[in-house]
Design a protein around this ligand. Sequence first.
Ligand SMILES: [Zn+2]
Length: 220
Amino acid sequence: MPNLKAAVLTVTPFQQNCAFLWDEGTKDALVIDPGGEVPRILAAIDQLGVRVTKILLTHGHLDHAGGAASLRDALAARTAPEPAPPIEGPDPRDAFLLDGLEDQGAKYGLDDIRNVRPDRWLAEGEVVTLGEHRFDVLHCPGHTPGHIVFINRAAQFAVLGDVLFQGSIGRTDFAYGDHAALIAAIKTKLLTLSDDFVFLCGHGPGSSIGAERAGNPFLR
Ligand SMILES: [Zn+2]
């Protein structure tokens, strides 16, 4: 990925991968799924020496979205009088989850979780940019109704949230889960990418489309 760099910080008791993508030339960065532990995320931003231009959310679960509002506020204090970096995504079908983050956090004893409303909802076919880098938005429901993923075709790189993992797939045992929809989204939208695509996911190590096509037991 010329000039496009990536790093991951694992946050929350759910061991969620908060991802940082940045352009090595401009140092402009995206933060994807800041689920919590915002002071650690801010420290990582400082250590990388990047300037956050957007906060992206793949879906509305608390371990992915619970820290987004606090991160935006913390960055606003740094960038004032310039506006805070906007929060973009997920698809609006996850609005009910974003509205219930504080209730969910309280159930798990997490006091740093805040409800959040994105500045821009994202839908299938829309594009998120980081300077010259383009990320296509694909809607991959099933784990949640409004789950989206980010695909950089030039770099053959993707951030897939809780849709597809190394050797596994996202949970669908929620009232709103839909196993058939998840499998359909993976097969029609992700397995149609080339084997060389590498991806980061919400939990555990990343992988490649080729490796999951060949060995993921949930996709046989
Ligand atoms: Zn999730």
